[in-house]
Design a protein around this ligand. Structure first.
Ligand code: AMP
Ligand code: MG
Length: 336
């Protein structure tokens, strides 16, 4: 298949919309990461998404919309809490999980009775979704297990020849996937941390909102696949910003014959060792996270990352927990 590279012109947007309604796959920018879009009302198109990514079919897809009224077409119940989030927070890098209507197939939801819905803040994303006019399923536009793409060029690396078109927009501002908030239960819970924090949502709803899995826990819960966002070279994560430990680990890897890199927030301390800057505050770290992973794996053969998350640190805002979650998954929970 020859993949078309489309621009944000009226003609190309119309082409992108036509492709979606014809059952084809189109990658598009959002503020979080690039998505791989398919017509949510066309089961064959949705199945093609799983095939193009090599995605396990038990991993449900998020349905993307451009207008809040679409929520009521696909969700069967919108609780008062859900209404509050929809009215006050969306559009934003947040996904809400609600009970589904029959129009949403179990192929999308991995057989669950709920559907995940997101309205992107990105103007480009909403222009594309408006052109599509149907609700659009979209996982991240990478091969399953690989770091998510935050530029159209990275989408091309993984998806060229596998999908009909790539809409070439801006690099993604947020850089990590949306916060997934399950509002289908009695007690709202964050299933995946992102740029909209659990604390913010708790304050909005006037109740405690927990994050389902504590990302610092080293215990794997059964059935959860942690290998995700993985670079093509080995990676470890250090969580205390311990200079001596990082330096010694690096030197040990050099002795073993590796060409490692220290991916840290303060790269100046490490002399002439290979270093990469992770970014000062959590927003900068999130924005560059996946792009840097994809760069480092090409240049080095061992990644030693350090991310120290302290509650109330001046550098760590709402996205910090999301960053930690992605780093832990990227290294397969290989914490030193
Ligand atoms: P991705 O497409 O890689 O961003 O992954 C989408 C994620 O959204 C899934 O891995 C789930 O964690 C979550 N998700 C999607 N649909 C549902 C649902 N119906 N219930 C709970 N979580 C969902
Ligand atoms: Mg993904």
């Amino acid at each position: 298949m020859k993949t078309k590279y489309l621009q944000f012109t009226e003609t190309d947007l119309r082409k992108a919309g036509d492709l979606i309604r014809n059952g084809e796959l189109v990658a598009f920018p959002t503020e979080t990461v690039y998505g791989l879009g398919a017509n949510a009302l066309d089961i064959e198109a949705v199945k093609r998404t799983y095939a193009a990514k090599g995605r396990p079919v038990d991993n449900p897809l998020i349905v993307h919309i451009h207008d809040k009224s679409q929520i009521y077409d696909i969700a069967s119940e919108v609780s008062p809490d859900a209404q509050k989030v929809i009215e006050r927070v969306m559009p934003a890098p947040i996904t809400v999980v609600l009970p589904k209507r029959d129009v949403i197939s179990g192929v999308i939801t991995a057989g669950l009775p709920t559907v995940a819905i997101r309205m992107p803040l990105s103007e480009e994303a909403r222009r594309f979704l408006r052109a599509a006019s149907v609700p659009v399923t979209a996982p991240s536009a990478n091969l399953s297990g690989r770091p998510s793409p935050t530029t159209w060029q990275r989408v091309g690396e993984d998806m060229d020849g596998r999908i009909a078109a790539i809409l070439c927009g801006q690099p993604c501002e947020v850089g990590i996937e949306s916060t997934v908030l399950d509002l289908s239960r009695e007690q709202p819970v964050v299933l995946r941390p992102g740029a909209v924090s659990a604390q913010f949502l708790g304050e909005l709803l006037g109740k405690e909102v927990n994050v389902l899995t504590d990302p610092t826990s080293k215990v794997n819960s059964p059935g959860v696949r942690y290998k995700h966002y993985a670079p093509s070279v080995p990676m470890v994560l250090e969580l205390d910003d311990d200079f001596d430990k990082l330096r010694d680990f690096y030197d040990e890897k050099v002795k073993e014959g590796y060409n490692p890199v220290l991916w840290v927030r303060n790269p100046l301390r490490y002399g002439d060792r290979n270093v990469a800057a992770m970014g000062v505050d959590d927003k900068a770290v999130a924005a560059n996270l996946f792009e840097t992973l994809r760069k480092l794996e090409k240049k080095y053969d061992f990644i030693i990352a350090s991310f120290c998350w302290r509650k109330n640190s001046p550098y760590d805002g709402p996205a910090a927990q999301g960053v930690l979650d992605r780093l832990l998954r990227a290294c397969g929970r290989n914490v030193i």
